[in-house]
Design a protein around this ligand. Structure first.
Ligand code: PPE
Length: 306
């Protein structure tokens, strides 16, 4: 179903518009130059009703992204939190993917956005397994991209900036055209950075390793994995990771709000470990789904009821 032709409501600049009426003009500044930022947040069905997972952390990052891009937000954080909740509730969703987006309007054209107004929209819709129906269960096949991830002085990677995603799109299209499910991008020095829309972890000798890099997004799922791993008695260490270390890992998995905890079973036609999702990946995955689904008492504070 096309994203524009749906029932429901989208919030734009303070108003709840019927879904099909939430439109922008073709001379919208962000449409031309890609300057803006966004978030991807999930709400899950829980025994207490739908709840948003780690809303605070996502709002923090949205505000940080706007700050990094020097975009003044016309809305208070608390107002945006309410809008995210209402985007799920008003659309009658049990579980949802919530997309807040900050963009610059059609008030002027030209690279310098001075004079273009800041606009904010929030939409929510149901979104299943990001990397395909079997991905969470069976794992996915990944190729190392021929495209490098941004150098931090080209594109500031702490911001979830719209423009970052041209790089992600080049990488994921290349991977899919070559028959893979997802791309793994290296940084400009050749060390592992992240997937087109996910962070990466390796398991080696019972320890979790993640890239020490300034070229990846500071993922919220990634931070959740840190907590869950430590609670399970596992250590997590950040280090520079080379592609051959990925090939030789016992287990590899990707993390992201959309991708959740997705096992990787093959990289560049080398099978990872046994070639099936490994026990630590399974453990983290189970712990993650318990938390998001409201089944873990200890982490109820990560959930905001709708
Ligand atoms: N790196 C990138 C480049 C990225 O886009 C994401 C999220 C992550 C890491 C993981 O971040 P976090 O969600 O905070 O754990 N990617 C979002 C966009 C997906 C899309 O196709 O749109 C997401 O998962 O929501």
């Amino acid at each position: 179903m096309s994203m524009e032709n749906r029932d429901g409501f989208i919030w734009l600049d303070g108003q709840w518009l019927p879904w099909r009426d939430a439109k922008v003009h073709v001379l919208t500044h962000t449409l031309h130059y890609g300057y803006g930022c966004f978030e991807g947040i999930r709400a899950y069905a829980t025994p207490q009703g739908p709840a948003i997972f780690r809303l605070d952390a996502h709002l923090d990052r949205l505000l940080d992204s706007a700050h990094i891009l020097a975009i003044d937000l016309p809305w208070e954080r608390q107002a945006l939190a309410e809008v995210c909740r209402e985007a799920v509730g008003r659309n009658g969703l049990e579980s949802a993917y919530i997309r807040p987006l900050i963009f610059l309007g059609p008030e002027k054209v030209g690279v310098d956005p001075a004079g273009a107004a800041t606009h904010v929209m929030v939409a929510a819709w149901p979104w299943g397994a990001y990397l395909g129906g079997d991905a969470l269960e069976k794992g996915i096949r990944v190729r190392v991209s021929s495209y490098a991830r941004h150098h931090p002085n080209v594109q500031m990677c702490r911001a979830k900036a719209i423009s970052t995603y041209s790089n992600s799109i080049l990488a994921v299209r290349e991977a899919r055209r070559d028959g893979y499910d997802e791309a793994l991008l290296l940084d400009t020095e050749g060390y592992v950075a992240e997937g087109s829309g996910e962070n990466l972890f390796l398991v080696r000798d019972g320890e979790l390793l993640e890239p020490e890099t300034t070229s990846a997004l500071d993922g919220i799922t990634r931070r959740t994995v840190h907590t869950l791993a430590r609670e399970a008695g596992l250590t997590v260490r950040a280090k520079r990771i080379t592609r051959d270390e990925v090939y030789c890992a016992d287990e590899v998995f990707l993390t992201g709000t959309a991708a959740e905890i997705t096992p990787v079973v093959e990289v560049d036609r080398r099978s990872i470990g046994s070639g099936t999702p490994g026990p630590i990946t399974r453990l983290i995955q189970a712990r993650y789904f318990a938390c998001v689904g409201g089944l873990d008492e200890a982490h109820r504070d990560w959930l905001t009821p709708v």
